[in-house]
Design a protein around this ligand. Structure first.
Ligand SMILES: Nc1ncnc2c1ncn2[C@@H]1O[C@H](COP(=O)(O)OP(=O)(O)O)[C@@H](O)[C@H]1O
Ligand SMILES: [Mg+2]
Length: 275
């Protein structure tokens, strides 16, 4: 048996994503005390290891999407740091930033907010390949077909339009597009929340299969603890912009420490399956 005390500390590079002390103040109308900002995210830190799933749960308004948008660099944090592959992600600019963006993809709740309804599926799915210059034009359609296969859609889907698909199928199209740039991290923000429970399960299984094959890491955001139970390695519980509890998924479900987590669990049907 190796002496564990003598084993080296994990490499910094083991974490594909590290967020430290993220804060976001939004400008608001004047509050009662005269202040003009609202702190939506208040000192959130987490690490995400390669090939793992970290979930952020919390009720609506707790700051989950704000965290996602800061990590994606869609909005600027008020303060805090984000490292991707051990590099200062928030400091990247210009061509270095554009090149690094392919490592990170986002899947939203509503596919229609992120796909152009007038584009055919092959154009939608191959968009990142074109944007990042990853594939010669002559091979885009073949590559799109391969991506569709990865998410369980037939080649016939290539020439169709988004409205010709069900909600679950549309989410598969968005996942195929997210995979196109071979990202290291996919942020799923309420990605299955609009779907029926049986379809949710299919999409969650698909995400797990994809992770097993590609080693992609998921930052999986949901207001619904039931959804994160079967996909997470670790869970972070947010309330009013702060992390109130974190832990591996088993201990969090079987022995929640914070009363807010207990409250969230109480609304999960068939809760605490591990206890
Ligand atoms: N652009 C914005 N301007 C002002 N307040 C915002 C903005 N976006 C979100 N908020 C507020 O920040 C809080 C957190 O929102 P959000 O991150 O969307 O929470 P969640 O995704 O957990 O539902 C909410 O109170 C929301 O109203
Ligand atoms: Mg949200």
């Amino acid at each position: 048996m190796p002496n564990t005390a003598a084993m080296p500390a994990p490499r910094a590079g083991a974490h594909v994503l590290e967020a430290r002390n993220l804060v976001k103040d939004y400008k608001t109308k004047k509050n009662e005390d005269g202040s003009k900002t609202f702190r939506a995210v208040d000192g959130v830190s987490f690490n995400l290891a390669r090939g793992q799933t970290l979930s952020i749960v919390g009720e609506s308004g707790s700051g989950k999407s704000t965290v996602a948008r800061m990590v994606m660099r869609l909005i600027e944090p008020t303060s805090g740091q984000v490292d991707i592959d051990g590099r200062d992600w928030l400091a990247l600019k210009g061509s270095a930033l554009r090149a690094a963006r392919r490592k990170l993809q986002l899947v939203f709740q509503d596919p229609y907010s992120s796909i152009n309804p007038r584009m055919k599926v092959h154009q939608i799915v191959s968009e990142p390949l074109r944007n990042f210059g990853l594939c010669p034009a002559s091979q885009l359609k073949d590559r799109a077909a391969e991506l569709l296969e990865k998410v369980g859609l037939p080649t016939a889907a290539l020439e169709r339009y988004p409205h010709q698909f069900s909600g679950g199928q549309r989410q598969r199209i968005v996942i195929a597009r997210a995979l196109a740039s071979e990202p290291e991290i996919i942020i799923c923000d309420e990605a299955v929340s609009a779907l029926d429970v049986s379809i949710q399960a299919q999409i969650l299984n698909l995400l797990r299969d994809i992770q097993a094959k590609t080693d992609v890491a998921f930052l999986f955001i949901s207001h619904d603890l039931a959804v994160v139970q079967h996909i997470s390695d670790e869970v972070l519980v947010m309330r009013k912009g702060q992390v109130v509890e974190r832990g591996d998924v088993r201990s969090l479900f079987s022995a929640p420490k914070h009363e807010y987590t207990v409250k969230l669990l109480d609304s999960v049907p068939g809760q605490r399956v591990f206890s």
